[in-house]
Design a protein around this ligand. Structure first.
Ligand code: B12
Ligand code: SF4
Ligand code: SF4
Length: 244
């Protein structure tokens, strides 16, 4: 049975901890929490009352291990990671009485915009968001919706999330991400997908270097922030091939 988008549960300390504990077993965690007022709530969940979104992310390598142990990993069907994510988060949402939004469902929900409201995360020149601790090495996997408990102050008292208070790209003078791409695919507007694909075509046709397709995007790898959370080469290859 699919979870209803309308949240039935009200946010509480116990619900938050229960969900986070269950997510931990799958290599995911609650990155942060954001408010949706009545208008936004009804657009995304059909609920008229104020709700909060729990932004679920997968930092570092743990999620890949959990996914690797699942039946989806090698089932030879399309989009295994999306199907695994759906099955794990739907189960958690159902048990918690929470609504659910997934980043790959259409129309695409504004995951990056929501993540910036939920936690101290900011834009990188690459178009993906950079986290003060995990750098560029995390994915946004879902949002669980629950009924709000009151105002922002009450929310802050209930949920103590780490306070990093820094924006990594502001302090990064050299910006090695920008000088590493062989086709300068990063202008003012994030990723120039056409330029990037032209290099990936060259790799496929004539084994051009650097081999971003098999070893990962060299611009992303060049970022020094959170490098200890860098994905394995296997995981990077998987994401690059899904994108190409
Ligand atoms: C469509 C899409 C793409 C398209 C972008 C096409 C385009 N020009 O819009 C393509 C296929 C190019 C793409 C590529 C990648 N993407 Co993408 N993508 C999405 C997706 C599914 C929808 C974006 C959207 O339209 N949102 C709706 C709008 C309304 O929401 P928003 O939050 O305001 O969206 C903003 C961003 O989309 C941003 N944006 C615009 N253009 C681009 C281009 C790129 C590359 C990115 C990352 C963002 C971005 O501007 C929007 C307005 O502020 C999101 C998931 C999601 N639901 O958001 C993932 C998402 C943005 N992608 C993500 C990632 C990681 C990538 C890749 C790095 C994947 C990889 N290989 O590992 C690649 C980039 C490859 C590289 N060389 O670096 C992550 C970003 C996580 C983060 N740290 O911020 C997301 C959130 C998926 C996830 N589950 O985590 N992506
Ligand atoms: S290399 Fe520097 S500018 Fe580029 S994403 Fe990392 S911190 Fe930001
Ligand atoms: S994958 Fe390679 S070509 Fe594409 S943006 Fe990253 S570094 Fe540039």
């Amino acid at each position: 049975m699919k979870p209803d988008l309308v949240p039935k549960t009200r946010l509480s300390f116990d619900i938050f901890n229960d969900i986070n504990e269950r997510l931990g077993k799958t290599g995911m965690e609650i990155f942060g929490v954001f408010h949706l007022d009545g208008n936004e709530a009804s657009r995304f969940t059909g609920s008229e009352c104020e709700i909060v979104g729990l932004m679920v992310a997968s930092p570092g390598r743990d999620m890949w291990r959990a996914f690797g142990d699942s039946v989806y990993f090698n089932d030879q069907l399309l989009n295994p990671l999306d199907r695994w994510t759906r099955s794990v988060l739907e189960e958690i949402a159902l048990e918690a009485g929470a609504g659910l939004a997934l980043p790959f469902d259409r129309p695409y929900p504004p995951f990056q915009a929501w993540a910036k409201r939920a936690t101290e995360i900011c834009n990188s020149p690459l178009g993906i968001l950079v986290h003060p601790e995990y750098g560029l090495w995390f994915g946004l996997r879902g949002v669980l919706f629950v009924k709000a408990i009151g105002n922002n102050q009450q929310l802050d008292k209930l949920i103590q999330l780490p306070n990093f208070n820094k924006k990594p790209c502001d302090a990064c003078i050299e910006k090695p991400c920008l000088s590493s791409c062989p086709v300068n695919a990063f202008g003012g507007d994030g990723l120039d997908v056409k330029a990037c694909y032209s290099h990936l075509d060259e790799i496929t046709n004539s084994r051009a270097e650097p081999d971003c397709l098999n070893n990962g995007c060299v611009a992303r790898i060049a970022c020094p922030v959170g490098s200890e959370y860098k994905y394995s080469t296997e995981q990077q290859r998987f994401h690059m091939n899904s994108y190409y």
